[in-house]
Write a protein of this length. Structure first.
Ligand code: PEP
Length: 249
């Protein structure tokens, strides 16, 4: 849609040492005028290299965190607040990734609180939703994703503070991808749930597809209706692959 500028976001997960941040420099260097005229790029490395990544990104591309605590500071050993991410140079943070929902038992309410924390710190919240393989097989994907959007997106979401990422769990890191029609179906559901809550503003909110996006399949997936970009895991680790996905726009 003309009113939604596409966003291609990378999620390095628990991968990346100082040396790997050279890839971020390469992505920033490859984000030329042609790409900048069309899309935004965001790369979310581990928090340990976020400040270094922000320096290398040089304001050309955005960098972000992969999770944040709901509180700004306090007695929460090992956790990282949205304010800390912002201080390190983040402009966005992924919240509610399915790996966090599974590994750290994060509920929709937890994710909603984290999204609010992101806004408090001035970050864009990239809120992830997506059904399991069993839910897809049972035909429950639409209802599951609608409920996650209702529960995880806080009141106050706008097209500038919120991005929703639809990531079917069975497609993440598996090489399996839904058909473009399947993607369009769920994105349409997400858009209509957002419209129930936020009215016309929902038309400006970006909804990303994530799950085994590669240079080879990006054009078909990103061309589906209501898809405003990608959240890329594995293929974001190499600048050449990430840029190849971006260049499908
Ligand atoms: C992700 O982690 O958000 C993701 C989509 O991973 P992958 O691209 O590796 O499937």
């Amino acid at each position: 849609s003309a009113e939604r500028r596409p966003l291609v976001a990378g999620n390095w997960k628990m991968n990346g040492l100082k040396a790997s941040t050279a890839e971020i420099g390469a992505i920033a260097a490859g984000y030329n005028a042609a790409l900048a005229g069309k899309i935004d790029l965001l790369l979310c490395p581990p928090a340990t290299v976020l400040a270094q990544a922000a320096t290398l990104a040089d304001g050309r591309i955005l960098v972000g965190g992969q999770d944040c605590h709901a509180k700004a500071s306090g007695a929460h050993t090992g956790d990282i607040s949205a304010e800390m991410l912002a201080d390190a140079g983040a402009k966005a943070v992924i919240v509610g990734h399915s790996e966090r929902r599974a590994d750290h038992h994060e509920s929709d309410a937890d994710v909603r609180a984290k999204a609010e924390a992101a806004w408090r710190a001035g970050l864009v919240a990239v809120i992830c939703v997506g059904e399991s393989e069993a839910q897809r097989r049972a035909g429950e994907h639409g209802a599951v994703v609608a409920a996650q959007v209702r529960g995880s997106v806080p009141d106050g979401a706008t097209s500038s503070n919120t991005v929703v990422a639809y990531e079917p769990i069975w497609a993440i890191g598996t090489g399996l991808v839904p058909t473009p029609a399947d993607v369009a179906e769920v994105h349409g559901i997400v858009r209509s749930v957002l419209a129930e809550r936020f009215g016309a503003a929902a038309g400006g909110m970006r909804i990303l597809y994530g799950g085994s996006v590669k240079p080879e399949n990006a054009k078909a997936l990103l061309g589906a209706a209501d898809v405003d970009g990608a959240l890329v895991g594995g293929a974001s680790l190499k600048a050449a692959d990430f840029l190849a996905i971006a260049r499908t726009y």
